[in-house]
Design a protein around this ligand. Structure first.
Ligand SMILES: Cc1cc2nc3c(=O)[nH]c(=O)nc-3n(C[C@H](O)[C@H](O)[C@H](O)COP(=O)(O)OP(=O)(O)OC[C@H]3O[C@@H](n4cnc5c(N)ncnc54)[C@H](O)[C@@H]3O)c2cc1C
Length: 414
């Protein structure tokens, strides 16, 4: 059937669903987007805005193991486990540990690299007809080091180089020459030249939605409770009791994807790594994102001030937000950037990253039903990888050979 005659439902209006909806519309499909929360009200609302295409190494890395105890014991540390949730996440964590072995680590590095290499170009292609201005700026990013030795930094530098990442190693005064507000605590920095950031990732989502809506894209503020494959089509049941039939559906429901995937016959070990941000009323301090290798967080300059973002908390989807996980980032930022004061936090936020234990997303057509597609589980890289994911989903919907081998991202890999 000609694409323009086909109706596609995209479930979930986060950055992955929005890019997917726009891409499918550009290909000629008639697209309806569903989300009970509105446009990008969950994880895509408050992320760090870093198009982190340099992050080709899976989080499941053996290098993390010796650091885990001190991370967990430090109340200002980057990792927190709610012990009431610990039993529930044991299978995820065990699977995560298995993925630290050299063979899966190498395989997953290749798979992340494949997505990240085309990530920014895919945004440029997707948004060629939308004027996104400063919503995407390509000005590189810095990974800073305070206490690591020169040998340790060199190892990290060489590891990135070996993966073809465009990187420069800056030392001492070279760092302040680039970012004058960075403190003398920073001894080394890696400058990733080919990466970008968004001055407002939520505004970027709204902008993509506007382009989609202006070209006739439809949106329903509706929760999808059931997905039922028919012989060649798919029926959705909404929370309002409606039955809606589509030629294809794409599941872009982020951290909430487990239940719908299970209905469709797939048990995925999806959990959430909750992350936080604190906004500071500080303008002009930095010109690019600055991450800390030791403190494990990132500072991004945004339209509304400096955003301090990061941390990982295992507590499930429904536990209340712990504001102190966000505000504690200020003490870290004060060690990196000069002139930050105590009372500058204007807002805090928590988002549920959709994470699979091999640090890879699911991007595929259902092996059980051609009309069902999956695009979720982008963990720490959903903003970075949304447009390339959308491109791959578009190729699958068109019946074309995707640009990448999608084997590593299959839903039945677990
Ligand atoms: C603190 C923090 C910083 C981050 N920084 C970065 C960064 O700098 N760079 C980067 O690349 N990534 C970053 N990330 C990760 C990134 O934000 C996520 O990977 C990304 O937002 C996931 O997008 P998504 O569309 O899959 O999920 P979401 O944005 O969560 O969207 C999923 C949507 O599905 C909807 N939904 C769920 N169930 C249903 C249903 N049954 N019916 C209808 N709709 C449903 C939800 O309401 C939700 O809106 C960060 C994350 C956090 C928490």
């Amino acid at each position: 059937m000609a694409p323009k005659k086909q109706n596609i439902a995209v479930i979930g209006a986060g950055i992955v669903g929005l890019c997917t909806a726009k891409r499918l519309q550009d290909l000629g499909f008639s697209v309806t987007l569903f989300d009970p929360a509105g446009i990008a009200q969950r994880c895509s609302k408050g992320n760090a805005g870093h198009f982190a295409s340099e992050q080709v190494f899976p989080l499941a890395s053996a290098k993390l193991l010796p650091k885990l105890p001190s991370m967990l014991l430090n109340p200002l540390g980057p990792l927190r486990i709610d012990w009431r949730y610990a039993l529930k996440m044991l299978p995820w964590f065990f699977n995560f540990l298995l993925n630290m072995r050299p063979t899966p680590f190498k395989k997953h590095t290749q798979a992340l690299r494949a997505l990240n290499e085309s990530a920014l170009a895919a945004y440029q292609e997707l948004l060629a007809d939308c004027d996104y201005g400063s919503l995407i700026t390509k000005n590189g990013s810095l990974l800073t080091f305070e206490t690591s030795s020169a040998e340790q930094v060199e190892k990290t530098y060489l590891a990135f180089k070996a993966q073809g990442v465009s990187v420069e190693w800056l030392k001492g005064k070279e760092i302040q020459a680039l970012e004058p507000t960075l403190s003398d605590n920073v001894n080394h920095a890696l400058l990733f030249c080919d990466v970008g950031h968004s001055s407002d990732p939520h505004a970027l989502c709204l902008h993509i939605y506007q382009c989609f809506a202006q070209s006739g894209g439809m949106f329903a503020r509706t929760h999808i409770t059931e997905v039922t494959p028919q012989s060649t089509q798919v029926t959705l049941l909404t929370d309002k009791g409606e039955h809606l039939t589509f030629d294809k559906i794409v599941l872009c429901t982020g951290a909430w994807s487990k239940a719908l995937a299970k209905q469709l016959g797939f048990k995925v070990p999806l959990d959430t790594e909750r992350g936080y941000h604190a906004m500071l009323n500080t303008h002009g301090a930095l010109s690019r994102p600055v991450a800390s290798a030791e403190r494990q967080f990132i500072i991004t300059p945004m339209q509304s001030g400096l955003r301090l973002a990061g941390t990982v908390e295992f507590a499930g989807l429904d536990a209340p937000e712990r504001k102190e996980r966000a505000t504690m980032l200020l003490a870290h930022a004060q060690q990196l950037v000069q002139g930050l004061e105590q009372n500058q936090v204007t807002q805090t936020w928590m988002g549920c990253r959709p994470s699979l234990p091999d640090s890879l997303p699911v991007i595929c057509q259902s092996p059980k039903h051609d009309s069902i597609l999956f695009a979720f589980g982008h963990q720490h890289l959903g903003l970075t990888q949304a447009a390339i994911t959308a491109k791959l989903v578009g190729q699958l919907c068109m019946g074309e050979q995707p640009d990448l081998d999608l084997t590593p991202y299959r839903i039945d890999r677990f």
